[in-house]
Design a protein around this ligand. Structure first.
Ligand code: ADP
Ligand code: MG
Ligand code: MG
Ligand code: MG
Ligand code: MG
Length: 460
C-alpha cells in the first residue's frame, strides 16, 4: 500500500466491485488451500500486517510453540468469485517475526522468478488440470454419471454434454475472469474432464491453478457433485495428470527465447539447456511433481481400461508423442486458420510439455521446481542428449536406454533430499521442511494396514 494513501488497493477493489469479504488465502507444503474470511472493513490493516494463523495447524514444519504466521495478501492476485461476487479471493505471502517464511511455497517460487529475472528471463506456463466428477452424495467414491462407462470415453460428446451445466458454468467464469478459456473435453477415463485456458507468467499461472481447483470443487458441490484431482482415484482408469507447457521469454515478455525456427525441433540452445536441466534433475523433483502415496499408481506404467495410462514412466523427451516425460510442440509454421476469410499462419512451438505432474501437485512448488532445474541447465550448459522417438510405454529399441522414474514416494523423497542442486536452488530450509513433512506422510501410510496385506498374508 502506498504510504499516506487514503484507501488500500483491496479497499478500493471492494468499493469498486461490491465485495463484502476477502478470503486471505495461502497454500501449505502439501498444497492444501487455507484461508481466513476478512470483512472489507478490516482489509486495510490486514493488507499491511497480514492475517494471523497458527502454522502448526497447516502442513508446515512448525510447532504449536512457534509464533503467529502472518499471511499478507498480494493485491495483484485478487479475484472476485464469479459465483459469489460478495467475496474476493487473494493469494498471500507468509511472514513470521516480520521475516518471509522460507518454506512458504509462493515464496519458493518467487525466489526462482527473481533469479530468472536477474538473467533477463521470464518463464511462462500453461497447466492442464484433469479432474473426475464424482457423486457428491456417497461416502464411497464413485462416478456420478452411471451412463459414462465406455471403454474408450476420451472426447465422448454425449458424456461431455451430460455435464454441460457444470462445465459451461466454469467456462463462462473463466471468460469473465479474462483467462481466455478455449476448450473443455471429456478425457480418457470415465467421469474425467479437462478445461483449458491460456498460459501466463508462472506466478500468475500458479495462482490461477490454485483458484481453478477451488472453483471447480465449489461449483461441483453446488450441483450436488464432487470434483477430485486425486492422481489415481480408480486403479483401472487413467489418472489425473497436470501437464505443464513451458516457454521462456526475455524480460519484456515479447520474445520467446526457446524458439529457433532453423532447428529441427524449432528449439534454441537455451531451450535445449533448460530441458537438459529438467531431465537431469527429474528424479529429484518427482517428490514435488508426484507428491502423494497415490501418485505412483499413475506413473507406474500399468495399463488402463482405455489401453494407455497417458503417463510417463521413463525420463526422456520426444517430439509430438504422448508416451514420454517431455513432449516438444514443433512449430507448425503454416497452421491454417480462417480469419476474415483469409488464410493466415500462426507460428506455434518454442515450448515443451512436461507430462509428469499429477493433480496433487502443489501449484507453486511445481513451477518453482521446473524453473530451478531449467536455470540449473542454463548455468551448466546441460544438453539433453538425443530425443527418444519411440513408444515410451514399450521397452526401448535395442541399444537405447532410458532412466526410470522413482516408483514410490519414499524413493522419490530420498532422491529429493539427496539433491545438492535442489538444496542450493530451493534453499536448505525448504528442502528440509518438505522432506520432513512428506516423510511423516509416508510413515503414516506404512503404518496403515491395508486389505491387500490381509488378503495376501493372513495364510502365511
Ligand atoms: P495438450 O492437451 O495438447 O497437451 P492443451 O491445449 O490441453 O494441450 O494445453 C496447452 C496449454 O499450453 C495451454 O494452457 C496453453 O495456453 C499453453 N501454451 C500454449 N503456448 C504456450 C507457450 N508458448 N508457453 C507456455 N504455455 C503455452
Ligand atoms: Mg483462535
Ligand atoms: Mg490437454
Ligand atoms: Mg489431458
Ligand atoms: Mg497435455
Amino acid at each position: 500500500m502506498a504510504p499516506g494513501a487514503a484507501t488500500s488497493e483491496l479497499e478500493s477493489f471492494a468499493q469498486a466491485r461490491g465485495v463484502e469479504n476477502f478470503l486471505i488465502s495461502f497454500v501449505d507444503l502439501l498444497g492444501v488451500s487455507r484461508a481466513k474470511l476478512v470483512p472489507k472493513s478490516a482489509i486495510r490493516e490486514m493488507e499491511i500486517k497480514g492475517a494471523g494463523f497458527a502454522g502448526y495447524a497447516a502442513h508446515f514444519d512448525m510447532s504449536p510453540a512457534d509464533p503467529d504466521l502472518f499471511a499478507v495478501p498480494d493485491p495483484r492476485s485478487v479475484i472476485q468469485l464469479p459465483w459469489k461476487p460478495a467475496v474476493a479471493w487473494v493469494a498471500s505471502d507468509l511472514y513470521m517475526n516480520g521475516k518471509p517464511v522460507q518454506q512458504d511455497p509462493r515464496r519458493v517460487l518467487r525466489t526462482q522468478v527473481e533469479i530468472a529475472e536477474s538473467k533477463h528471463l521470464r518463464m511462462k506456463t500453461g497447466v492442464e488440470c484433469e479432474f473426475f466428477i464424482l457423486s457428491g452424495s456417497s461416502d464411497v467414491h464413485q462416478l456420478s454419471d452411471r451412463l459414462d462407462k465406455a471403454e474408450k470415453p476420451g472426447y465422448e460428446q454425449i458424456a461431455l454434454m451430460r455435464r454441460y451445466d457444470l462445465i459451461s458454468e466454469v467456462l463462462h467464469y473463466l471468460e469473465v475472469l479474462g483467462w481466455k478459456p478455449y476448450q473443455a473435453d471429456h478425457e480418457d477415463a470415465n467421469g474425467q474432464f479437462e478445461i483449458n485456458w491460456e498460459y501466463d507468467d508462472c506466478i500468475a499461472t500458479a495462482d490461477k491453478h490454485v483458484f481453478f481447483k477451488f472453483m471447480v470443487k465449489s461449483l461441483a458441490e453446488k450441483y450436488g457433485l464432487k470434483a477430485t484431482f486425486m492422481p489415481k482415484p480408480f486403479v483401472n482408469q487413467t489418472g489425473n495428470g497436470t501437464h505443464c507447457h513451458v516457454s521462456v521469454w526475455d524480460t519484456s515478455g515479447e520474445h520467446n527465447v526457446f524458439l529457433d525456427k532453423q532447428d529441427k525441433l524449432g528449439l534454441s540452445t537455451t531451450a535445449y539447456e533448460f530441458l537438459g536441466g529438467v531431465l537431469q534433475n527429474t528424479k529429484s523433483i518427482t517428490a514435488i511433481l508426484n507428491p502423494t502415496v497415490n501418485s505412483y499408481k499413475r506413473i507406474d506404467g500399468s495399463t488402463t481400461l482405455s489401453g494407455s495410462s497417458w503417463a510417463p514412466c521413463s525420463i526422456a523427451y520426444t517430439g509430438n508423442n504422448r508416451t514420454h516425460l517431455i513432449r516438444y510442440k514443433r512449430p507448425e509454421n503454416f497452421r491454417r486458420c480462417r480469419l476474415n476469410k483469409l488464410l493466415c499462419s500462426i507460428p506455434d512451438g518454442g515450448r515443451f510439455e512436461l507430462r509428469l505432474a499429477d493433480g496433487a501437485v502443489n501449484p507453486y512448488l511445481f513451477q518453482a521446481a521446473i524453473l530451478a532445474c531449467g536455470l540449473h541447465g542454463l548455468d551448466h550448459h546441460v544438453h539433453p542428449g538425443p530425443s527418444a522417438d519411440w513408444n515410451g510405454h514399450l521397452p526401448p529399441p535395442e541399444g537405447k536406454a532410458v532412466q526410470i522414474l522413482p516408483t514410490s514416494l519414499a524413493e522419490a523423497l530420498k532422491e529429493f533430499s539427496a539433491s545438492a542442486t535442489l538444496r542450493k536452488a530451493l534453499g536448505e530450509e525448504f528442502v528440509t521442511s518438505y522432506s520432513k513433512i512428506q516423510t511423516e506422510r509416508w510413515r503414516s501410510f506404512t503404518q496403515h494396514l491395508s486389505k491387500w496385506e490381509i488378503d495376501n498374508t493372513i495364510d502365511c
